[in-house]
Design a protein. Structure first.
Lengths: 405, 405
């Protein structure tokens, strides 16, 4: 498995691009519509938000890839097209426009929107944008595409890997956006994966689900599960590897690379959470079960008090214990050990569920780094899990106190 | 039912007080130990945090009031006496010291601590403090007692009411502290209630539980369920009313006043949440069931994004819909109506699950008030519930980014 310096256009046959069309009215320099296109039809799979309030694009995408096939993604930022009476109609219109411009059928389009909830989506700029964008999508358009789906993200998030399957080089690329309203349940924020692997739809769906559960679904920025979360993957088979149509070594290899790329994107999303100054990674080991390990890791990285302490570089481990303690489930607390580490070193703060003396200056030095690792050893079993979050900062409040106006 | 201008010493036979003893080392002006004392033995009841990591004082109090009786409360602030290897021993010592000073038995003491988790509780200042405080507790000491249990609270929270039961005047008083780590589950933050009512322990426990479920347990400041939450009530019978020993009109009247006083304290705790600039009340009506109404109301007031929007006086109602949507349970969203109101008026923002046009200037004017009411009409049943929270502000981050050091 090798990392390559690219994104969604790394796999053979994929083109992408992004432009400003005017959904974002406040800044003409900000791109707001993206297209990802495959020269050949793809098997396709997706996972979606579990929020009962969900965006119109999710209704339409779900319907469009029911046949397991897709060939392009169209996504706007600046407006979520959610909680609008005419939302589904507008999402369908986006598919028709993209299909016309790309010479595809509307049912081959994955459509997504991100931005403010509950404001009517203006279709005119999207119509103009798609018409302008479709002719200029290219192998080099990956970065433009990522930039066009950013909202309060400060960094574009993309990634690509290369593996060998059955003697053929297979590439997989991804782009994602995160930032706020990030606390996925089953599916997550927006993530679009592309690959030139040959793989059937059922195996593709299975691979995506396996990867997302341990990666995107283990990220939380603010505990708010968005209405528009979606991660999709399209596989066009142009790598000409033996088709992956069942479990086995090739499938495992494929899952491993999807998981790797999703882990990387998940960490980028957490570290670039709204207002975040640092990535906080929490690993739970020795748990009785994997679901409990996951629940505890997520509880810790979701705790507002722990997040604020991380911002202040304060080794207030009592808040970590508190967040462990209110996790639902059956476990003991008197065996728990907590260590906090970063590139500056590691420090033991809690043993057998109680505090131990530690060097506060050393702790401060460790916590001033921009990636912090909280290690929780439960000593009650063999299960483990990792979750990713960020600190809670003044800027989170600033961004969200006045995001819409 | 009549409100009176007092607190825990309003009922006959109760004395209280608070002094600085030195648990809070950083500010000698801040009181940090409180005593509430009844001249006669009391029936007593309490509810506790459901966090699996819980303070040593909870272990000891639970044991002490197992017989349904108590006569005094001793509570320190500045240190939670939680996650300490010697915690139970120290909590027992506090009971012994208070019992000696008040000429009671250690088993008659309700003990509580609030403050930092995981730092060893220094017993010397507490010993000195109890010795100094016990001789000076008085009918006028209620405010000193409340001040002594405050941590990051900015306002002392106390309340008293008077009712008539069987021709006798019965009084009930309360004091509480809240601020951060406030997201109770079953029990809550610290609340101490006193009454001169004559009531048996089982009926007292039942009344407290009924009141707390709809009041303290419907408050959230930050989604963090504390390790030390406790609400207790002591009834000394000095009002000489016919003993309340079963359900009926007198019990209902007693429950009503306990609920009234707990509601009032809950709103004070929410409005004075860490860093809060405003109280946010969320009422859900027309829900299929009461648990679902409660869950939705709590989901909305707990949402970081909604809280930040309230801080910014931004009528970003899509975040309210989002928080409704990720509440667990079975319900439809397409019938939901949302109104936002304050003393400046009321505005409809969402109907049938979709946005409606509204006057942004009017919305701003409404949201700039310091108490905001979010009304969610589900139109799917007859159940309703109310929850209380606050906005998410720079000061919350400031307080919690550097609370311990």
């Amino acid at each position: 498995m090798q990392k390559i310096n690219s994104g969604v256009t790394a796999p053979k046959g994929f083109l992408a691009g992004g432009v400003h069309c005017g959904v974002k009215t406040n800044n003409t320099a900000k791109k707001d519509i993206a297209i990802i296109y495959s020269e050949k039809p793809c098997t396709a799979a997706a996972v979606y938000t579990q929020n009962k309030v969900f965006g119109a694009p999710i209704t339409v995408t779900r319907r469009n890839i029911a046949d397991g096939m897709a060939q392009a993604v169209v996504c706007n930022s600046g407006n979520a097209n959610t909680c609008n009476a005419d939302g589904v109609e507008k999402a369908e219109k986006m598919c028709i426009l993209a299909a016309e411009a790309l010479h595809l059928k509307p049912e081959d389009i994955i459509v997504a929107s991100t931005g403010v909830i509950g404001q009517v989506l203006p279709i005119e700029p999207i119509e103009k944008g798609i018409a302008a964008l479709a002719p200029i999508i290219s192998r080099e358009g990956n970065l433009d595409a990522v930039q066009a789906i950013m909202t309060t993200d400060t960094k574009p998030k993309e990634e690509a890997y290369e593996i060998e399957i059955g003697g053929k080089t297979v590439k997989i690329g991804a782009m994602a956006k995160g930032s706020g309203m990030i606390h996925p349940n089953m599916a997550t924020m927006l993530g679009f994966l592309t690959t030139d692997a040959a793989i059937t739809t059922p195996m593709l769906q299975k691979a995506l689900k396996l990867a997302v559960d341990d990666t995107f679904n283990m990220v939380s920025v603010d505990g708010d599960t968005s209405t528009n979360d979606m991660v999709s993957i399209m596989a066009n088979g142009m790598a000409e590897n033996p088709v992956i149509d069942k479990e086995g070594a090739n499938f495992d290899l494929f899952v491993a690379v999807v998981k790797e790329i999703c882990t990387s994107m998940a960490k980028k999303i957490a570290g670039d959470g709204e207002g975040a100054t640092k990535l906080v990674e929490c690993t739970v080991t020795g748990a009785p079960t994997i679901p409990l390990a996951k629940a505890i890791a997520k509880s810790v990285i979701t705790s507002s008090l722990t997040k604020a302490a991380m911002f202040g570089a304060d080794a207030n481990w009592g808040r970590i214990l508190c967040a462990i303690g209110y996790t639902e489930g059956d476990f003991a607390v008197d065996t728990i050990q907590v260590d906090i580490s970063s590139p500056k070193g590691s420090i033991l703060v809690c043993e057998n569920g109680a505090g131990v003396a530690f060097d506060e200056d050393k702790a401060k030095e460790i916590l001033l780094e921009d990636a912090i690792h909280i290690e929780i050893a439960m000593k009650q079993g063999d299960a483990s899990a990792t979750a990713w979050g960020c600190d809670l900062t003044y800027d989170y409040v600033k961004i969200n106190g006045d995001y819409r106006t």
